[in-house]
Design a protein around this ligand. Sequence first.
Ligand code: GDP
Ligand code: ZN
Length: 362
Amino acid sequence: MELKKLGWNGYFEAQFAEFKGNDLLPARVSLQLKKQYRVIAEQGEYDAVIVGKIRHKAESLADFPVIGDWVLVKINPDGTALIHHILPRRTKISRDTTTRKGRQQIADEQVLVSNVDTIFVVTALNEELNPRRIERYLTVIWDSGATPVLILNKADLCENVEEAVEIMQDVAIGVDVHVMSATENDGVEILNQYLADGKTVALLGSSGVGKSTIINQLLGEEKFKVADIGDYKDKGRHTTTHRELVLMDRGGILIDNPGIRSLQLWDGEEGISKSFEDIEEFSEHCRFNDCKHINEPDCAVLAAVESGELDQDRYDSYLKLQGELSYRARKENWVTRQNTKKRWKTIAKVRRQINKRRGEDN
Ligand code: GDP
Ligand code: ZN
């Protein structure tokens, strides 16, 4: 198997340089079943597990391999492989798994799929269109480093396709939009352009919009050629948890990953700016450009809260969203977690102060 056909490129080659000469081979993760992996290397396919070092050093779920990752492996004499390193991800779609325990936030990021070039966002034209949700999906995908493509499926069930396309095109500026009827295999073939040699594609969209039908049309006869799970040890579980990477005859790589298909995506930063335009406006008068509106001097947002111009609840909700967002935006590790704890303490303190002062005013 040629690495290039698997999506290998100059970016990964550069990351690999420092490991060369260590008996480590590049391989791509094609299947993940809890702690067991399947990887494809130049020499063939292997069942793989991670070395203890990855587990010990892990500070986040994001430090474990996921489907789409390029990893460095050593092949055991028995034909299995050991994963030693994960090469830095070029793109990644993550789920925010932050949980709260009282005042403390336990932040974590779970990467669902990595190194995807294009994501097909699928929606059905027979249902009520939800431009806001699509907008959010597109924002998150741009954020991930991948390119979104919007698919409007079930055109055969829609009375006014033109109108629907117009509505969607308005929220999908700069995004390719394709209309199709997957069951009729009408319009699906246009998607082949995104599955060029070494390009990786994944699908996203609510249940029932036609993702499986599209995948099956694209795969045609070559269904599950490479990453076949047939001889996988853990047969019992694959139906519910399988995450598969499929190489297509024409060269592309399709990730059929139920885990990301209907993912609850987190609003991107842009989403927050849009929903809190009033706060953004106040913030233009803060002394510091990078004001976080927590305890900075001459903060116009805090001043607005104090004067009552800005609702306290709204301010709280803004801070909460900003806080959650910042977890996702940076790499999780203990240092930032400690800092975050401090920040939450500061926020709580400022809130108490504000509430106290308000109490005194009344
Ligand atoms: P998924 O949950 O997104 O994978 O959706 P499926 O591919 O399982 O499709 C859900 C249902 O919609 C199935 O009954 C399909 O046959 C049907 N379907 C998919 N695409 C089309 C289409 O273009 N037109 C029509 N009329 N039905 C479709
Ligand atoms: Zn401010």
